[in-house]
Design a protein around this ligand. Structure first.
Ligand code: SF4
Ligand code: FES
Length: 250
């Protein structure tokens, strides 16, 4: 396949940035989107140009690093798919593809397609963990957990922290991400011990970092490569409300 790529180039956080058009030829339909970007970069290096900076790590849909807008959609056109899992057969010979970084104030562009997503790490640091002893593996197996709760906790834990939910939301809301991280613990007895404190701290940090509120458009759920349900936002809101009612002055 021969393609035209319109790629966002931005030298650093202070640069204004612009789209630059590139032609790539002979791309296999079986190549992944990131492999196609690698081919573009090899071409740029051969021509003495700066390669396009983009994030990636696992290339297996696990790490959440490969964040980019493809034709205006976070992680591209396929449902439940990260950029690294997207294949070029999804496009047609002669297509023009627009590639941009996440656009959200709490995710400033570092270079080209790479944004700084450390705001998510700060939210996790605020309470997205269990600090009490949860015992060993046999203890975990001895604690009765309703199957439904175990399934819902696993679904929430599938969030890979990619930030597509934020990028898709017109309010740059991080509520799907935080909802998933709050839910994965709130549904399990081990997580209940610190549940009240956790939700208050994580929501406060999310607000402090400049993420907006939920817009109820469900754009986050539609863009999420792990198909995290907005039911997790509702659960986070319930957890938050009951924590506030229990401790109105915190
Ligand atoms: S909720 Fe979905 S879109 Fe948001 S960070 Fe997690 S995996 Fe990515
Ligand atoms: S590179 Fe890890 S999810 Fe895409």
């Amino acid at each position: 396949m021969d393609l035209t790529l319109k790629v966002w180039r931005q030298a650093n956080a202070n640069d204004k940035g612009r789209f630059v058009e590139y032609k790539v030829k002979g791309i296999s339909r079986d190549a992944s989107f990131l492999e196609m970007m690698d081919i573009l970069n090899e071409q740029l290096v051969r021509e003495g140009e700066d390669p396009v900076a983009f994030d990636h790590d696992c290339r297996e849909g696990i790490c959440g690093a490969c964040s980019m807008y493809i034709n205006g959609r976070p992680h591209g056109p396929d449902k439940g798919t990260t950029t690294c899992q997207l294949h070029m057969r999804r496009f047609k010979d002669g297509d023009t593809i627009t590639v941009e970084p996440w656009r959200a104030k709490p995710f400033p562009v570092i270079k080209d397609l790479v944004v700084d997503r450390s705001a998510f790490d700060e939210i996790i640091r605020a309470g997205g963990f269990i600090s009490v002893s949860t015992g060993g593996v046999p203890d975990a197996n001895a604690i009765p957990i309703p199957k439904r709760n175990a399934d819902l906790a696993m679904d929430a834990a599938a969030c890979i922290g990619c930030g597509a939910c934020v990028a898709a939301c017109k309010n740059a809301s991080a509520m799907l991400f935080v909802g998933a991280k709050v839910s994965q613990f709130a549904l399990l007895p081990q997580g209940r011990v610190e549940a009240r404190e956790r939700v208050l701290k994580m929501v406060a940090k999310m607000d402090e970092l400049g993420f907006g509120n939920c817009t109820n458009t469900y754009a986050c759920e539609a863009a999420c490569p792990k198909e995290i349900s907005v039911a997790n936002i509702a659960r986070m809101n319930r957890e938050y409300l009951s924590a506030r009612v229990a401790a109105p002055n915190e």
